[in-house]
Write a protein that binds this ligand. Structure first.
Ligand SMILES: [Zn+2]
Length: 687
């Protein structure tokens, strides 16, 4: 897979649940869809009109949705976005079925159809059992001393990565026009480094269950239980050392914390056991680029070196065996796949049931052949009219941002000018790429599922390394067109809205401007504001890590950010766990700024028009209801506990209530009074 190494390089509007208490709702009746079912962007049946909008606006707009949309048994959470994502997948399933069967196919249709068909052939997958991974396990078994580990990691890295760490291309943080090589931390089996260091009872239990899971993988692969237990404990020891040396998510939000350019000789001196210079040379990284390798976390690399030099060889080999099994488990027979699901989803996230095979196979096609599949989606499902309307909306929102910057009373003219210069350089990408990815060098075979996985991975690796030493390709997308999400990339300074996020109930061509500017306008404003949040503001319009702020204005910005951090730190996610508002700060700022920008753009769009009340709501009220209904969701408590550690977004409830409480326009629209919960005394405002 292509990796954007810069840790939070992509700020998405929504963190998709990787996949799915009380009495589980059944998985929805699933069949391929010929068309995506329509639901409006402002839906009265989603509301709970018995609630008071000034007390709990989220309950008021989403109460009906929450009641009518229990979490399906194969999901960790359910939301308006997740439901649309599911429908997109069912629509794509139909296309994949067709492409698997039809007689005359384009080369891309052959690839996506045969990838899907091979993945769906569970008889063939079961019959092979562990066999596809056996060559890799044999290579690990053949390592005779620790000096051989670097060569082992290099050989086959294109098909499965480097196990202990991640490496790939990235834009040079100080020269964003050019792609360089980056080395990132990695090597952990749990979702975050904090799982290894937290001392509460739940964290201790998770670690025990994780060790048991690792041992189970080894037993499935034929190891005796006692040996497997010992190997799993040794692996946990190595991972704990790596986790302790890794930066926290909050620390990684500061781009300077993860930028350490060095010559490859210095990298090799830091971690001689890895021989990364040899690895990069084999990946054809040009010599000129080897003098400027970005090591995101030198402390991690030093800790990894210590492990490689001091841990017993048998422990290191156990680590490699377990990581090989864990990584391959989704592509092996069902015993491995079930074991993986049981730990990561059933136990950790509370999901009762594994998603159906078709969904997992569709997900893989999206991951590896996303633009081939996405092209089929766009051809059938995305109109040039929508693209044009969204472009106009985007331009209006950018104009609103310019106006806002000019009107700020706390910012100096010099910083305003720099901010507007950055704003003018934002690149708008709507729907799908101008140039589709060329998959012609990737061979996909109908009867070789595991081989397809390896070749697809190697294709991505090769494509990724080929970028190094070349100018940044500003037209590249990091989400496939059907994806129900959007992102801002600070090093590209672009905002990206895949076709999947521009359809009902989000962007709704059948609705008027009020809900559309609220919802899609809010999303556009959200991504644009990321360019000016606590992380994005540290990059200039060309994507360079460069301070364009006067010290006084930077202080003014931090004061305003802190207002919002204090506000969000009071909100509870689950149990007694509060939002880690230093982690969610960028998203919270983007939500607040985005909603205000959408409001201003909508006011400009409808200036001089006579707007009528509908369904008993004023136009201003309909803007806010349309805006808020994107966020309706239900989430399992287990998943909320994972989200509290890993998700940079606040829960949907606060993405609505926290925002409207800060906007006087909302209080005015609903007649809310000071002292009511939806009227924040501080009224934080960043942009
Ligand atoms: Zn975001």
């Amino acid at each position: 897979m292509t990796r954007r190494l810069f840790p939070l390089a992509i700020a998405a509007v929504f963190l998709p649940a990787c996949f799915a208490q009380s009495a589980p709702a059944p998985a929805p009746a699933e069949h391929p869809l010929a068309a995506i079912p329509y639901s409006p962007s402002l839906d009265l049946t989603d509301m709970d009109r018995t609630a008071n909008p000034c007390v709990d606006f989220y309950q008021y707009v989403c109460g009906g949705w929450m009641k009518n949309n229990p979490i399906p048994s194969d999901q960790p959470a359910w939301s308006v976005y997740a439901k649309l994502d599911q429908e997109n997948r069912q629509f794509l399933w139909g296309i994949l079925d067709e492409d698997a069967k039809r007689a005359h196919r384009t080369p891309d249709q052959q690839k996506i159809g045969d990838y899907f068909a091979a993945c769906m052939d569970t008889d063939a997958v079961s019959a092979r059992g562990l066999a596809p991974l056996q060559p890799e396990l044999d290579r690990i078994a053949a390592i005779k001393d620790r000096a051989e580990i670097a060569a082992f990691l290099r050989e086959g890295a294109d098909q499965r990565g480097l196990y202990f760490l991640n490496a790939g291309s990235e834009p040079d943080p100080k020269n964003a026009g050019m792609m360089i090589a980056g080395i990132e931390a990695g090597g952990l089996g749990l979702p975050d480094r904090d799982y290894y260091t937290k001392t509460d009872a739940r964290s201790q239990e998770i670690r025990q269950r994780f060790v048991a899971y690792m041992a189970h993988l080894l037993v499935l692969a034929g190891e005796p239980q006692a040996q497997a237990d010992q190997d799993a404990a040794a692996t946990m020891k190595i991972e704990t050392a790596l986790a302790t040396a890794s930066l926290t998510r909050v620390e990684r939000r500061n781009p300077y914390n993860v930028y350490h350019p060095m010559k490859i000789e210095a990298v090799d001196a830091l971690a001689p056991s890895l021989q990364l210079g040899d690895y990069l040379s084999e990946e054809h990284v040009p010599a000129s680029i080897l003098s400027n390798v970005d090591v995101a976390q030198p402390k991690f690399l030093a800790a990894l070196q210590t492990e490689l030099a001091t841990e017993p060889l048998d422990s290191l080999k156990a680590y490699l065996r377990i990581h090989a099994l864990n990584q391959a488990a989704p592509s092996l027979s069902s015993d491995f796949e079930d074991a993986r699901f049981d730990f990561y989803f059933k136990y950790l996230r509370g999901v009762p049931q594994m998603p159906a095979r078709w969904k997992r196979c569709e997900g893989q096609v999206d991951r590896y052949l996303g633009e081939a599949l996405g092209r089929e989606f766009v051809d059938r499902n995305f109109s040039p009219v929508t693209k044009q309307k969204v472009l106009v909306m985007t331009q209006q929102i950018e104009q609103a941002m310019q106006q806002e910057i000019q009107n700020l009373d706390w910012m100096s003219p010099a910083t305003k000018q720099a901010a507007i210069a950055k704003l003018h350089l934002v690149h708008n990408k709507i729907g799908y790429p101008d140039k589709w990815r060329d998959y012609s060098s990737l061979s996909i075979e109908r009867n070789d599922y595991y081989g397809n996985v390896l070749r697809a991975h190697a294709f991505e690796e090769k494509r990724d390394w080929a970028k190094v030493g070349k100018p940044v390709d500003k037209d590249e997308w990091f989400m496939s067109p059907p994806t129900v999400n959007a992102y801002y990339d600070p090093q590209m300074n672009d905002i990206n809205f895949p076709a999947g996020v521009l359809q009902p109930p989000l962007y709704d061509p059948q609705e008027d401007d009020a809900p559309n500017y609220g919802d899609t306008g809010g999303t556009i404003g959200h991504e644009l504001t990321h360019g000016f949040d606590d992380e994005g503001r540290q990059f200039d319009g060309y994507g360079n890590l460069k301070d364009w702020w006067t010290p006084a204005d930077a202080k003014g910005f931090e004061d305003r950010i802190n207002c919002q951090r204090e506000q969000y730190a009071q909100y509870i996610i689950v149990d007694d766990i509060h939002i880690n508002s230093k982690l969610t700060s960028g998203e919270d700022t983007a939500d607040l700024g985005g909603t205000l920008l959408a409001w201003l753009a909508w006011k400009k769009q409808t200036a001089g028009m006579h707007l009528e009340n509908r369904d008993g709501f004023t136009p201003d009220q309909r803007f806010f209801i349309g805006y808020a209904q994107w966020a309706c969701e239900n989430e399992r408590p287990e998943n909320l506990r994972v989200s509290a550690i890993t998700n940079p977004h606040s829960p949907g409830k606060y993405r609505v209530n926290g925002i409207v409480a800060d906007l006087p326009q909302f209080a005015q629209a609903f007649g809310c009074k000071a002292g009511q919960p939806m009227v924040s005394a501080k009224a934080c405002k960043v942009w």
